[in-house]
Design a protein around this ligand. Structure first.
Ligand code: U2P
Length: 271
């Protein structure tokens, strides 16, 4: 496959930006300027990804930002709201820190994953009422060279999530949900390193863990998430806005019974 010359690459870039402005793809997430190739019909195509990033969300932190409830927002399930790390996505990523997105025109079809809906609702729920991404199967289509069709993408993601159980690893190391404790970032990173022999990446909000990423080679053997360096000080400083001591907040019930609550229930079609 011929990689585009500089001139054609800028034309391809213009195509992507126009497409993005039309809402066809998300420009920031389309691997702009890297590895754009020409497909069989002369259309720009994103090159194959380098590794997988299993992005997990911590509902105890994420749900603190909830302002609207709708039927799909798992933050609003009261005592049934998730109390473990949940799946944000299995992202195909490039080693340079960018990622492809929406690699084919294939649309998400819920029927193809009907047998997986129960575990997906529980472990891969939406934690907001926002609109989904401008293309469906944003990550699944780009993972397809490894994970195959839609069903296999979701099944593979669930299997990897269950096999590498971050919540269990942290609980067993004494890092349990708490609204008073703060834990050393280095201790949390070490617990994951010891369990999976790979370095995770964390992102925090106001000192609380919001996301935890674990990364895999294409054969799903764990690898470091940090790109380009493996020194532990880099790991900690690249832990996006996490201070040295971080919290893992317990989920606080939203809405009903909370006089201070500014959370409103809104019909799904309004959002
Ligand atoms: O980080 C903001 C959003 O960018 C997308 N993202 C980020 C990092 C990465 O490696 N891959 C990736 O896709 C995610 O978009 P989403 O899947 O949520 O639409 C992430 O939320």
């Amino acid at each position: 496959m011929a990689v585009l010359s500089a001139k054609l690459a800028s034309a391809a870039l213009a195509f992507i930006l126009v497409a993005a402005s039309l809402g066809l793809i998300e420009a920031r997430e389309a691997g702009i300027g890297i590895g754009i190739e020409i497909g069989a019909r002369g259309k720009p195509r994103q090159r194959e990804f380098d590794y997988f990033n299993l992005a997990l969300q911590w509902p105890g932190t994420y749900c603190q930002r909830t302002r609207h409830c709708c039927s799909s927002n798992a933050c609003c399930r009261g005592s049934n709201s998730p109390s473990v790390f949940t799946i944000h996505g299995l992202w195909p990523d490039y080693n340079d820190g960018t990622w492809p997105a929406c690699c084919t025109r294939k649309h998400f079809d819920e029927k193809e994953i009907s047998t997986l809906l129960d575990p997906l609702e529980k472990y891969w729920p939406s934690l907001s009422c926002g609109n989904p991404s401008s293309c469906h199967e944003k990550h699944g289509t780009c993972s397809a060279p490894v994970t195959g069709d839609e069903y296999n993408y979701f099944l593979t993601t669930l299997n990897v999530y269950f096999k590498y159980n971050v919540t269990k690893v942290l609980n067993e190391a004494g890092y349990v949900p708490s609204n008073t404790e703060k834990y050393p970032l280095g201790g949390i990173v070490s617990a994951i390193q010891n369990a999976f022999h790979a370095t995770p990446k964390l992102a925090c909000r106001n000192g609380a863990v919001e996301e935890l990423h674990i990364c895999f080679y294409k054969d799903f053997k764990p690898r470091d998430c940090v790109v380009g360096s493996s020194s532990s000080s880099d790991v900690l400083s690249s832990s996006n806005s996490c201070p040295n001591y971080i919290s893992l907040p317990a989920y606080a019930s939203l809405g009903a019974g909370n006089a201070e609550s500014k959370i409103s229930w809104v019909p799904d079609d309004v959002l």
